[in-house]
Design a protein around this ligand. Sequence first.
Ligand SMILES: Cc1ncc(CN)c(N)n1
Length: 233
Amino acid sequence: MREILSEQILRQNRLVFDRMIGHRFVAHIRADRLPQPVFERYLVFERAFADTAISICSFATARAETIVQKRWLIGVLDSLTNRKMAYFEKAFAARGIDPDAYDTDIHEVGDFRDGMLAIARDGGYLDTIAAMFAVDWMYWTWSKAASVGTISDPLLKEWVELHTSDAFAAQARWLKKELDRLGETLDAPERQRLSAVFGKAQALEIAFHDAPYLCPEKTAMLPGGGGDIRQLA
Ligand SMILES: Cc1ncc(CN)c(N)n1
């Protein structure tokens, strides 16, 4: 019997997946010592990515063949556009974050945006599903692990809980099931190609999570700017 496609993909990308869920950003959350400036930069980059995620999911919705698929993806779009965006609005107000003070075009963030968007724009329905599975399965995995420990920052705790919620878990599982169902009919090279899409998305994620440690505030060049905190363990 053939291996389930998502299991093949996870097996073939184990190294890069483990590197991502072992990223220092995740390790800092799990140790309850994510530096506040890193979290705030991350939130600005995430807000920018949420915008891109809406476009990515819209490509999948447009290419979906059945109303069942479209209905599900529209639910994801609703959650991204309303629930997630509401979180950013609340977080920026609570922390006094001015997103315009940050450069969201630095290459680690820009490459993630452009790379993910290219997969959705240039690929087919299943390419986008594989890329969404890559990023959501990864977030669900590390968030579940992080949620068992103490997270002192209430906004960070809420962010992690967004990714352990029943709704997010259902989203990650739906993407997996969709890949497995449609993967049954695919030949080996096509399955391999989707596995490479998953690997590419993980590699882009690793660089994206390096970015908040690189201090890209536009104000960083000014006296009293934040400096480079790459040396943080
Ligand atoms: C960068 C990134 N990747 C994935 C997810 C989970 N949707 C996220 N919120 N942010």
